[in-house]
Design a protein around this ligand. Structure first.
Ligand code: MN
Length: 738
């Protein structure tokens, strides 16, 4: 019987059966039938590279066989393009011929392929919708049967391997999508091999020069590196054996081009500075022995402080387990060592796919079920927060922030562990505990010490939320992305929902406050609110306030729009009123389009002390006697009231941002200890200098006159907002002196 089957096996199926030798005769027969069915369906069709189409499903099945996936998955992989591409074959045909399980898998993959039609895309009207929709479908199918996603990943991997035959535009698009969606997905599923290969293949098309450069460098050093690693290996084998620990395997770890590139970028170093990092992997039978080997390694070579990671004691959330350390040998070379058991190694290589591998015991499978449940919970809660019929872009944003990112593990005061995406704040924590705790969150203590609400939680932190009274609500500032109060989509949506609920009247009042505060901060209090509303397309000012109150329009949005409009109006006004005079007037410079005050015009440029213009402000130049040009804000009273309009010229801020500009600000606060230190911390965080500082205290109210050196106005809005959030501060605004 077995012999009879093997006689019929086509040559291209042989490697598949070799990779997955544990299939029963019935299972082999299923795979074989799927192969013949697909070969017939795709008959006569060629791929872009010219080879018969069937080579593609076979290659996809091979990738999955290497992951040791089960027979229904392999059969579905062989059939995955049949329903999509072949006229006259429907999913009912697959179900009739191959049964419900295979049909369900094929149907899942086919549905993933079907992207939104033109009308759908037009409804959304956004370029990224297609990508968003793909990702959404993948996540939803992950919730049904994760094997569908594994087939899709294998399909993508083979398409990336054969990407050389398609048009350059398609190459870039596919590579981008792979790097953005499929590689992080493989990583999240713990499939490291797949992740590396997808990344390297994408990188090759997205940055071909860099890819070739690194590949060539790796090649040149290969012999040298391999020789060195052999010596290190021999030494390790000797020392580990001397301790009586059996070794399953010691091997050099392959280097991945994209990860080298990332490391070079991250550390801002050249290839030479990282090439001599040598990586070894030691596999020993038992967990306890992993720690013994660690001791041996640290005994032979000097460990680098801070480089020891115990992912056995505290596994990464994508199922990864291993000990990592880095040491320095006698010649000063860095050696990275990973230590793990065969089972941990299998998990690291195959990730979630290991669940379907044929194996003896079942204890292991329980662990995987547990982890799969965890992953599903993450996806479900993110999907729930966004809402079922929301914009696909929103969904993708939620997945990116809540599911793809690495996570931090923190404790409640009772000692329960809560995990949140890294970058999460006490507000995210509060909303995770309970929506009401979030709404009423007024402060937080981490490890017993009070922290600001934009504090980034770290693993191991013990977090305690300080709540206000029952009627307290969230602050609109929490929705302001530049303030960084909220990281999770859950918190964001709960806050938005709160503001939608509190009603229009309330929102109008809230919105008016935000608008007033923002304009005051920018020194533009006098600007009619109707004009500002019109900039956002609102004819009724109350509608505009309500939109701000709901959190649909944020304070920085307002600042940017208002300043842009001002600049434009100023440019037009200047062109209309000042240009006619320019011809008549003799000046030491030739001005047609305005002087770029940042560029080398050769003129002496001074910034007006009366109004202290900041980059981004509408400005005009004033020709002074013997002093070149003084630059004023366009609304400076000295300009408006000037009796000599012919001395004004157009000037622009130009493009260089190297020089900082002083902005005077005034902070009013109830005096307290440490206030100046807190303000200093904010400016230091923003990389902004303090040029001048003066403090007056009267009746315990402090007036702090501060001059900070800025590069642009976006920064100003953020810094003022942050200072205003400090305890005891009443107001922080730009000082517009006259
Ligand atoms: Mn395909």
């Amino acid at each position: 019987m077995v012999a009879a089957i093997s006689e019929q096996i086509p040559t291209d199926l042989e490697p598949i059966f070799r990779s997955q030798p544990k299939l029963s005769p019935e299972e082999r027969a299923l795979v074989l039938r799927a192969y013949h069915y697909a070969a017939k369906a795709h008959e006569g069709v060629k791929r872009d590279g010219g080879e018969p189409y069937i080579t593609h499903p076979v290659a996809v099945a091979q990738i999955l066989a290497d992951l040791r996936l089960d027979a229904p998955t392999l059969a579905a992989a062989l059939l995955h393009d049949v329903v999509e591409d072949v006229e006259g074959i429907g999913i009912e045909d697959i179900e009739r011929t191959f049964g419900a399980e295979v049909a369900r898998l094929v149907d899942g993959v086919t549905k993933l392929e079907k992207l939104p039609t033109n009308t759908d895309a037009m409804k959304g009207g956004k370029a990224g919708n297609r990508e968003a929709e793909t990702l959404r479908k993948i996540f939803l199918s992950m919730n049904n049967d994760i094997r569908v996603v594994l087939i899709k990943l294998a399909d993508r991997l083979h398409n990336m391997r054969t990407l050389g035959y398609v048009s350059p535009e398609r190459q870039i698009r596919k590579a981008r999508e792979t790097l953005d969606i499929f590689a992080p997905l493989a990583n999240r599923l713990g499939m490291w091999q797949m992740k590396w290969e997808l990344e390297d293949l994408s990188f090759r098309y997205l940055n071909p020069e860099k890819y070739r450069e690194i590949a060539a460098q790796l090649d040149i050093r290969r012999a040298e590196r391999e020789q060195y690693l052999e010596t290190v290996k021999a030494r390790l084998i000797k020392e580990i054996s001397a301790e009586g620990i059996p070794i399953v395997q010691i091997s050099a770890r392959p280097k991945h081009i994209y990860s080298i590139y990332r490391k070079m970028e991250r550390k801002r170093v050249s290839f030479d500075q990282i090439y001599d990092i040598h990586a070894l992997r030691v596999i020993v039978p038992e967990k306890g022995q992993c720690y013994q080997v660690l001791g041996v390694v640290h005994n032979i070579w000097r460990p680098i402080p801070g480089e020891l990671d115990d992912y056995i004691g505290a596994p990464k959330n994508n199922f990864y387990q291993s000990l990592h350390t880095a040491v320095i040998d006698d010649q000063g070379k860095t050696i990275e060592v990973q230590i793990r058991t065969p089972e941990m190694h299998e998990n690291a290589e195959y990730g979630i796919a290991a669940h379907w591998r044929y194996k003896e015991g079942t204890a292991h499978d329980k662990v995987f079920e547990e982890r799969l449940r965890y992953l599903r919970r993450l996806i479900e809660s993110a999907a729930e927060d966004v809402g079922a019929d929301s914009d696909p872009q929103e969904f993708v944003k939620a997945m990116r922030s809540d599911v793809f990112q690495s996570r931090v593990y923190v404790f409640t005061p009772k000692g329960d562990v809560i995990d949140l995406p890294s970058g999460a704040t006490p507000i995210d924590f509060a909303y995770h505990i309970h929506t009401d705790v979030g709404h009423r969150c007024r402060g937080a203590r981490v490890n017993g010490i009070q922290v600001p609400l934009d504090y980034r939680l770290k693993s191991g932190d013990r977090v305690e939320i300080i709540t206000g009274n029952k009627r307290a609500g969230p602050s609109l500032d929490w929705l302001n992305p530049s303030l960084g109060y909220v990281q999770t989509s859950r918190a964001r949506h709960k806050i938005q929902a709160w503001f939608k609920r509190v009603g229009r009247e309330n929102n109008i009042a809230l919105g008016r406050n935000v608008v007033d505060r923002e304009l005051r901060r920018l020194g533009l209090s006098a600007k009619p609110r109707e004009e500002v509303a019109a900039l956002f397309g609102y004819s009724k000012v109350d509608d505009f306030f309500a939109a701000v109150g709901y959190g649909d329009i944020s304070a920085p949005n307002i600042a940017t729009k208002v300043l842009e409009a001002d600049r434009k109006a100023q440019r037009e006004a200047a062109a209309a009123t000042l240009t006619p005079n320019t011809e008549a007037h003799t000046r030491p410079v030739n001005v047609s389009d305005g002087i770029d005050i940042m560029g080398g015009s050769g003129m002496l440029i001074t910034l007006g002390r009366c109004c202290n213009p900041v980059r981004g402000d509408p400005i005009v130049g004033y020709i002074t006697r013997g002093k070149g040009v003084t630059v004023h804000r366009a609304d400076c009273p000295n300009v408006i009231n000037s009796l000599e309009p012919e001395r004004f010229i157009n000037v622009t801020w130009g493009s260089s941002v190297e020089r900082a500009y002083p902005v005077p600000i005034l902070i009013t606060a109830y005096d307290r200890e440490g206030l100046l230190r807190d303000i200093g911390a904010i400016t230091a965080n923003e990389n902004v200098n303090i040029a001048d500082l003066r403090v007056q205290v009267r009746n315990s109210i402090a007036s702090i006159f501060l001059t900070i050196e800025l590069e642009n106005l976006d920064q100003l809005s953020r810094i003022l907002a942050k200072i205003e959030m400090l305890p005891n501060v009443i107001e922080a605004r730009r000082r517009v002196s006259v």
